[in-house]
Design a protein. Sequence first.
Length: 173
Amino acid sequence: MGEFKGAGAVFTNGSTVLAGYQKEDRSPSINGIGGKRTGTETYMQTALRETIEELFGVRGDFNKLIQAVELNLVPTKVHKSGDYVLVIYTFKDLDVLMRCAAVHLKVSPLYTKFPKTLSNLLLDRDANVNPRPEIIHLCILPVVKGCYIDSQLIEDFSVINPALQDFMELPAV
């Protein structure tokens, strides 16, 4: 793959993708999962380390977990764009990753019970912990061209949660 500065992982079924809301980034946004290379990591190690950190809110040495995951997962595609490498996996691969992580990590500060399903990963997450995780919320997004959030749905957000009243004032993308 050559030289790279960062890598990330995408979990998809082709029509939807796992993404996350990052509040502490340059500007709050919904992003993919990934980040900068550390030391002499391979692109696969960088993508998996970033995934583990961002999905489970943990830091530290997970070399054994990364090795276990590398042995059990084969990406559907690897794409290099400039100095960034994107590793594409399926949602079934995400299930394997969660099972490996449950064995090696055992606990996550973001979950009272370690997530074993996509539903647990998305809905049981508690981002009100210290330190605050890089990705606060996870979501499934449709993979469609030219998509935007409808203004009526944005209005509905403030009904769901009045604290989101100013959400409607965000600049349109």
